[in-house]
Design a protein around this ligand. Structure first.
Ligand SMILES: Cc1cc2nc3c(=O)[nH]c(=O)nc-3n(C[C@H](O)[C@H](O)[C@H](O)COP(=O)(O)OP(=O)(O)OC[C@H]3O[C@@H](n4cnc5c(N)ncnc54)[C@H](O)[C@@H]3O)c2cc1C
Length: 496
């Protein structure tokens, strides 16, 4: 069965019944975990708990910058709410499905774009229904008369927040989500690299920009050229697998031809003078180490639009792809505008055109994510990228690789294995490729940070004292092991 409670009380009742029947219950908030398992539970013989009807925005503070939401609140709903209230703040949205849940993304430890993109670090006051049916609250919200529960994370005493993300200890039914202040001045920048060897020069320089707070956390990226083109177009010959990435890059912008990697990000400033200085510093750091270093601010955006119009009036192609222009500046994800654009990449290998209504399940689009943490050094990122390229190509897929530069120390590496589920044998090939790449990256010490349902058991072994603690916590919070068994806590890693 699929249970659809509309309140925390009904959620408790569902748990009570599940405990009585001994039938495990797997919660989903909106179920858009595409490429990681969607709504599919880790094990069979269970019920689903779909929390999408609990979709209220319960509080909004535009002075201190936070929202209090239920699990059914989507990124689009929150973004529209903030726009309607002419908010001074924006939410770090994901690059993925706009209808996904903010809490769903948080509890799976997803990442967003913009300074507070490292979501689990910028939330507090979780309300959680334990597997036993009891309700607990984290941070200061456990004190009924506290006035500071929405604005301080750890509270006083042992902090509990971390227990309820990537776990099967409780169901999160409410959370406070912190918002980014909207900057007075926004600019986007991007640049191209000819090959992976250029990481040696470029990575320390972009890290230095981040260490000096010229760029902010979660506000810059490095993408393989394949990722860049897969967001915009489809594989020209999925049958043979052969294609010319340059030809596709040229369509985005002629100057991008020859790129193997594309980097970029957002610059947030309090004034145009500050923005000009940021530009100067980024140019100084990067101009000798890359090509096509480009900035987009309101003036350059207007000029690019005019240039496109002139080119098209004379029958030519636009100078810069208008979709890219708008995505980078007019409604950028880096300022909290959710986008469906990246969902086009799900159809990269499909032989049908990308439909108006994206439905990867119905249309049998294959996608698996490989998510690992890699040190923010050129050496480590080069090794990880080479491993991804080598293994993915060996299995006949394309190296669609993203490094999201989340902090001054670490990058979130996400590889997308994309295939057409209508092609015989490709499901097996993709699963084998996924397994091998995950194992290789784990062996290299770049441990998995987010797991697909079928790779929960592939986590490396961990030490026994920690396993025992996990086991005790599971017994305490969920004595009948009714809640999402097998999710993130490998069975042998939570034994007492
Ligand atoms: C093209 C593309 C781009 C993407 N880009 C990004 C990106 O930029 N960043 C990113 O993080 N992800 C990205 N994703 C992956 C994914 O779509 C998102 O992470 C999305 O937020 C997950 O779906 P959801 O929010 O609806 O969560 P759900 O599917 O509802 O939840 C995810 C999992 O968390 C658990 N869970 C859900 N709700 C609860 C709860 N209330 N209590 C306890 N456990 C719960 C369940 O195990 C569930 O399976 C992308 C996907 C695609 C296809």
């Amino acid at each position: 069965v699929i249970l659809r409670p509309e309140s925390v009380e009904q959620t408790q009742k569902c748990l009570r019944i599940a405990n009585q029947c001994g039938t495990p219950l797997y919660p989903v908030s909106r179920g858009y975990n595409w490429g990681l398992g969607s709504k599919v539970p880790v094990e069979t013989e269970c019920s689903l708990l779909d929390l999408s009807r609990m979709n209220r925005i319960l509080e909004f503070d535009d002075e201190l910058g936070y929202l209090v939401v239920e699990p059914g609140v989507s990124f689009t709903q929150a973004a529209e709410f903030l726009q309607k209230h002419n908010a001074k703040h924006f939410l770090s949205v994901i690059g993925g499905p706009p209808d996904a849940s903010i809490i769903g993304n948080l509890v799976d430890r997803g990442d967003g774009l913009g300074p507070l993109g490292n979501r689990a670090e910028h939330v507090c006051s979780l309300e959680v229904v334990l597997g036993s049916g009891e309700i607990v609250k984290t941070g200061f919200s456990r004190f009924p008369n506290s006035n500071v529960s929405h604005i301080h994370r750890l509270g006083v005493g042992p902090s509990l927040d971390g227990l309820f993300t990537q776990s099967s200890l409780g169901i999160v039914t409410k959370a406070t989500i912190w918002l980014n202040p909207t900057p007075a001045n926004f600019q986007a920048f991007f640049f191209c690299l000819k090959n992976l060897s250029q990481f040696g020069e470029v990575v320390p320089r972009i890290r230095e920009l981040q260490q000096q707070h010229i760029t902010l956390p979660s506000s810059s990226f490095l993408w393989s050229a394949v990722k860049a083109v897969a967001v915009l177009g489809q594989h020209p010959s999925p049958e043979s697998g052969e294609f010319d990435v340059d030809e596709m890059l040229r369509r985005v912008s002629p100057g991008m031809a020859g790129a193997a990697w594309v980097g970029g990000g957002a610059l947030y400033a309090a004034s145009s003078r500050m923005a000009a200085e940021q530009r100067r510093l980024v140019k100084r750091a990067l101009s000798n180490a890359c090509f096509k270093l480009t900035f987009l601010d309101s003036r350059r955006y207007r000029l690019a639009k005019i240039a496109n119009r002139i080119k098209m009036a004379f029958g030519g192609k636009p100078l810069v792809d208008p979709v890219v222009l708008d995505a980078m500046f007019a409604k950028p994800t880096y300022l909290g505008y959710p986008t469906r654009r990246s969902l086009r990449s799900l159809y990269w290998r499909k032989q049908i055109p990308v439909p108006e209504k994206i439905d990867p399940h119905q249309d049998r689009c294959g996608l698996l994510w490989v998510c690992h943490i890699v040190p923010y050094t050129s050496e480590a990122m080069t090794v990880a990228a080479r491993a991804a390229e080598e293994i993915v190509l060996e299995y006949g897929f394309e190296p669609n690789v993203n490094f999201a530069l989340m902090s001054e120390r670490s990058s979130n590496m996400a590889v997308q294995i994309i295939w057409d589920r209508d092609r015989p044998d490709d499901d097996e090939q993709a699963l084998a490729c996924h397994r091998q790449l995950e194992d290789r990256l784990n062996d290299l010490g770049f441990t998995s940070s987010r797991l697909v349902i079928n790779s929960m058991a592939a986590l490396p072994d961990s030490d026994s004292a920690t396993n025992t603690l996990y086991g005790s916590l599971k017994t305490l919070c969920d004595p009948n092991s009714i809640l999402a068994p097998g999710r993130y806590l490998r069975e042998d890693q939570c034994k007492i």
